[in-house]
Structure formats: C-alpha cells, structure tokens
Ligand binder design. Structure first.
Ligand SMILES: [Zn+2]
Length: 418
C-alpha cells in the first residue's frame, strides 16, 4: 500500500457513501411525497389525513436537513484530512512544547471541538426551526445552551481521561497495546452505564417515583409475570424539552430502573403503557441487550486490532493528508476515528436488519405477556405523536431503520387478512 493509493481508496469510499446516502434521501422524500395525499388503507380508520400529511412534511424537512448535515460532515472530514487541516494543526500543537502525551490529548480535544462547533448551527436549526415548526419543541434557548455546555463538560470529564489512558497504552504497553486499550474501552462502557441513571441523567432531567398507584400496580404485576426485577419506576420530565414520548430501561444488575417520559404517560392508556413496557422488557428477556453489547465489543476489538496494524504504516498517515514519521499516536487515533465511518458505512444495513429482527421479537413478547391490540393502539398513537411516516421508502427503511415500518409491525400483531 502507498499513501497515494490509500488516498484514492479513501476518496472513493467517501464518494460512494455520500452518493448512496444522497440517493436514499431523494428516494425517501419522493416516496413520502407521492403517498402524501391519502392515509394508507390499513390506517384509514385510525390516523387522520392531517396527521398523515404532517408526518410526510416532517419527514421531508428532516431528510432535507439530513442532506445538509451529510454534506457538511463530508466537507469537514476532507478539510481536516486531505485538505491539510490536521497537517497544520499538528505542528501548531507541537509548538506548545507540552509533554508528548498531553500534545496527543490536545490534538484529540481540538478535533472534537472543531467537529462540535461546526455541528452546532445545524443542531440549533433542528430544534428551533424544524421541531418548532411542527410543534414538538418545548426547550428554550437558555436551556439548550445549558444542555450543550453540560454535555461538553461531561464529554470532557469522561473522554479526556479515556483518551489519555489509550494514548498512554499505545505509547508504552508494547505490541499488545490494542488488547489493553480494548479492555479499558469495555471498562469505560460499564462505568458510563453505571453512572448514567444516577449521576448523568439527573443533570439534565428531574426523575420522580411513579405516583399513579393504579398504573404502578399494573406495571408491578407485569414485572412479576415476566420475572423481572427493577430497583424503581420513575417518571422523567421529558416535556421540558420536547413533545416526543418514550420509555426506557437504564442501569444494569440490581440497579436497573424503568423510566417513563411524562409525555408518554399523558398520551397512552394504562393497558397501552403496559404493552409498551412489555416490549421493552422483551428486549431484556430475549437477551437482545446483552447480544448487542457482545457484538459491539467484538467489533471494537477487531477495529482496535486494525488500528494496531495501521499505526506503524506511513501510508496510513500520508494517505489521509498528514505525511511524516510513523507511529504518531495522537494523529493515528484522530485519523482512525475520522475515517472509520467512511469504511464501516457498508455494514449499516446489516446492523439495521439485526435490530429490526429484535423489534419483531420484542413485539411478539409483548403480545404474549401483555396485549397485542393495546400494543397496536400504542404504536399508532406513538407514530402519530412523533409524526413518523407510515409510508417510508422501502429501500431507505431497509438501509437505516432500527425499527420496522409501522405497517409491518402491526401486520405481525394483527394476524389475518389486513
Ligand atoms: Zn424495541
């Protein structure tokens, strides 16, 4: 491999990934617009035409923003790599005469800052223009700014020590550094999982124990029936920021808790809430969570092994616009994280397919342990409340969607002629 050849490969992969994503986005918009005039037959008596058209317009607006996002990301990636951004940043950081490890961390932090600052205007636009136009936004500019700052501080508090540890291992731990770095990465994931429910999430939202005695009893009966133990049932003030509703499990082991968005509780009837929760329980009981975690860990190990090979290859640095001696640990880590999505893009349909299979299984679990009609009713309400389109382009959906289209989920839950 030579630097020039790797540059050509990188540009070709980037062009292919951007091209496919643009093509899918256009297909999605065309398909949704083509089906905008009428509610699909199967939903005709459950969804109003105005809700259907709102979903179509919302989908088009978000897809259009996604295109801009995609192009901005590609431009930033090219500017940092082949455009010479990192090649200019590196000597500038070297001139600070910090110790080598601190220089590497500074390079990572600088690139993370650049990427975040570039992403801010679009994030602002998403919340205050698009979400606002469709009536979903409930956040204020002050709250949004506070969220951004808190997010940055948490990312720094958790990310900088991890980056420093990995860079230290790269420089000092010998040929098997990638294996130790992987162990550190797995330990880090467990730490974040442990901190999230009790330390991180409360920085953004208020959590109150579920007060509704009737619902609480219903949920506790469901948990007992499914043989599931949780440390508590909480209601989160999701309505502070957005009208979108959700429910989730968080934490692990004995510290597991169940969290309902207040927006979900206000919209769904008790039997529908029970069905949604049964679906989420299904993900645990059918070991989806552990399977996903194991896949993710295995993939991380493989990728770190690859980085372990690349770090000593001068063509890797030259091919991505930062020629010079090898190894340079900070540069290698930054380049790897920047270029990785361009090459792993091709597997995204596989991970989406895997996830959709789990969704079908969790729906079946909910039908067995709660009620299929209640789950259908909840799904229709949630699709409507979130303005999710009922008529996605089949190819776009197959490529990206972690959840099957509404019609497919409901068809499974309502056997017989549709
Ligand atoms: Zn699910």
């Amino acid at each position: 491999m030579t630097g020039a050849l790797f540059s050509a490969l990188f540009v070709a992969a980037l062009g292919l990934s951007v091209g496919i994503q643009l093509w899918l986005a256009r297909r999605q918009m065309r398909h949704v617009v083509a089906h905008r005039a009428a509610v699909p037959a199967h939903f005709a008596d459950r969804v109003t035409l105005s809700a259907h058209q709102k979903a179509a317009d919302y989908t088009v607006a978000r897809t259009r923003l996604g295109i801009i996002d995609l192009l901005v990301d590609a431009a930033v990636l090219l500017a940092l790599t082949l455009g010479g951004g990192l090649a200019r940043l590196e000597p500038w950081i070297a001139a600070t005469s910090l110790p080598p490890l601190a220089q590497d961390v500074a390079l990572l932090v600088s690139v993370a800052l650049i990427a975040s600052v570039v992403a801010l205007p679009l994030a602002w636009y998403r919340t205050f223009v698009i979400e606002d136009r469709f009536g979903f936004n409930r956040t204020t500019l002050a709250l949004w700014v506070a969220d951004v700052l808190k997010g940055a501080l948490i990312a720094a508090a958790l990310g900088v020590p991890l980056a420093a540890l990995v860079l230290w291992l790269m420089a000092r731990a010998g040929a098997l550094w990638w294996l130790y770095a992987w162990l550190a990465w797995v330990a880090f994931q467990v730490l974040v999982l442990a901190l999230y429910p009790t330390v991180i999430a409360p920085l953004f939202n208020k959590f109150e124990p579920l007060a509704d005695a009737g619902l609480k009893e219903r949920v506790e009966r469901l948990l007992a029936r499914c043989g599931f133990r949780a440390k508590g049932l909480y209601v989160m003030d999701g309505s502070r920021r957005s009208a979108h509703g959700n429910a989730y499990f968080t934490g692990f082991g004995a510290a597991r808790r169940i969290v309902f968005f207040d927006t979900l509780l206000s919209r769904l009837a008790p039997d529908e809430i029970e069905a949604v929760l049964a679906h989420e329980l299904g993900h645990f009981k059918l070991k989806h969570v552990i399977k996903r975690t194991l896949w993710f860990s295995a993939a991380s190990l493989g990728l770190l092994w690859i980085l372990g090979r690349l770090v000593d290859e001068p063509w890797f640095y030259a091919g991505l616009g930062v020629p010079g001696a090898a190894p340079r640990y900070g540069v290698a880590l930054v380049l790897f994280m920047l270029a990785l999505p361009v090459f792993t893009f091709v597997v995204s349909p596989l991970t989406a397919m895997y996830s959709r299979r789990h969704e079908f299984e969790a729906d079946r679990y909910a039908a067995r342990n709660a009620s299929a009609p209640a789950l259908v009713a909840a799904l229709v309400k949630l699709y409507e409340d979130n303005a999710s389109t009922l008529t996605p382009d089949p190819l776009h959906s197959a490529f990206y969607d972690s959840h099957p289209p509404a019609a497919a989920r409901i068809a499974q839950l309502e056997p017989g002629p549709a």
